[in-house]
Design a protein around this ligand. Structure first.
Ligand SMILES: *Cc1c(COP(=O)(O)O)cnc(C)c1O
Length: 378
């Protein structure tokens, strides 16, 4: 196999050779083997969320949805909220804004609480808003806002949402599998994530962990055929099959990725590796005059946002291109207010890979004439 560039991005990510080779097969979507694989995937995902399988009394169900992560979020937003519902979206980054955008397209009455991108969402502010204006039926929040890498307090917000008797939707796209999430403790009604983030599968589908009672309420509410979350679930439950062509190869790879997650020690083991990656990154960049955007306490180990170095010779386009030529793919920024770039520390990467990236970054900054002078660093 040729060696691909390493992806220091929020996804798709670098995956293991074993995950990639698990999909070098053509399996029939109606074959028993495939149906069994899908069943096992759904059970394992519920277990990662701390929920027993529905057969053993768990309150949540797992629905797999073709497409990228956004498609799975849209299936929840467009299926779960009734015509007379009202959505409150808690926004501190681009992914929160994306939920607002999709809700408006579906004609859903939507309001927001806007929090600066470098601040966590305040559960108190949510409580005050829900108390001040009645009528919110649904509240949506992003767990790890990948725009910056900040982690929002989903358990505390969940308590507030439950007290207001609203339905709680959590986009845990970039955290699920690496940051512990307990569906019951956080009172989550709908959690959304996807195959190609912290579980380290390949792109092709997203998944929703949905409280069964809420899923049943969604029957007949969908605004589209393809994204009908209830119908997708009912199909999977009736014969174990997808309604429409499933991404068979991506599912085979994902099954292998779940086995590798378990072998690594589950969420705790994976979180520990990402933590080591992040720590190595922060130690290295500190010596390059590159400053993180978030305060360390708010920062996850998933992805880190950096301000551009102040050096007049620094150009992000050139920095990106030179690193890419050396085999390291980083990510542009997405902040509204400031120019920045991002480095992801997730996927099949180890601290050794981070050290290799840091070496390349030092070299590129020097070649660009943008390395900090010794005095500036001291
Ligand atoms: C990646 C991501 C998404 C969107 O996923 P796509 O697969 O790009 O559609 C949504 N929310 C968050 C928080 C993400 O990190």
């Amino acid at each position: 196999m040729t060696s691909d560039k390493l992806l220091f991005t929020p996804g798709p990510l670098t995956t293991s050779a074993t995950v990639k080779s698990a999909m070098l097969r053509d399996v029939g979507s109606r074959e028993r083997e495939f149906i069994e694989t899908v069943r096992e995937i759904r059970e394992r995902l519920l277990a990662i969320g701390g929920s027993a399988s529905p057969r053993s009394g768990g309150e949540h169900e797992c629905v797999l949805m073709q497409g990228s992560g956004t498609f799975a979020i849209e299936s929840v937003i467009s299926s779960a909220i009734p015509r007379d519902g009202k959505l409150l979206v808690l926004v501190n980054g681009a992914y929160g804004r994306r939920i607002v955008q999709m809700a408006r397209i579906h004609g859903i009455e939507t309001e927001t609480i806007e929090t600066p991108e470098n601040r966590r969402i305040s559960p108190k502010a949510v409580a005050e808003r829900l108390a001040a204006s009645r009528g919110f039926t649904h509240v949506a929040v992003i767990h790890c806002e990948t725009t910056t890498g900040i982690v929002n307090p989903i358990e505390e917000i969940g308590e507030v949402v439950e007290s207001a008797a609203a339905v709680y939707i959590v986009d845990a796209m970039s955290s699920f599998g690496a940051i512990p999430v307990d569906l019951a403790a956080a009172r989550i009604d709908f959690l959304i994530s996807s195959a190609n983030k912290c579980i380290e599968g390949v792109p092709g589908f997203g998944f929703v962990l949905a409280r069964r009672s809420r899923l049943l309420e969604a029957k007949g509410r969908a605004r589209t055929l393809s994204f009908d979350l209830y119908a997708q679930w009912a199909g999977l439950e009736s014969d174990g099959q997808f309604r429409f062509t499933p991404p068979t190869h991506a599912l085979l790879a994902f099954h292998q990725a779940l086995l590798e997650l378990e072998a690594e020690g589950g969420v705790a083991g994976r979180g520990a590796r990402y933590g080591a990656n992040h720590a190595a990154l922060m130690r290295g960049v500190a010596k390059m005059g590159i400053e993180a955007y978030l305060a360390p306490d708010d920062q996850s180990s998933i992805i880190t946002t950096f301000r551009y170095p102040e050096h007049p010779r620094f150009s992000f386009a050139e920095f990106y291109e030179r690193l890419s030529q050396l085999g390291f793919v980083i990510y542009p920024g997405k902040l509204t207010a400031e120019p920045c770039f991002r480095i992801g520390t997730v996927g099949r990467l180890s601290p050794t890979d981070i050290e290799a990236l840091l070496t390349a970054m030092r070299r590129v900054l020097e070649e660009m004439g943008a390395a900090p002078s010794v005095n500036a660093v001291m």
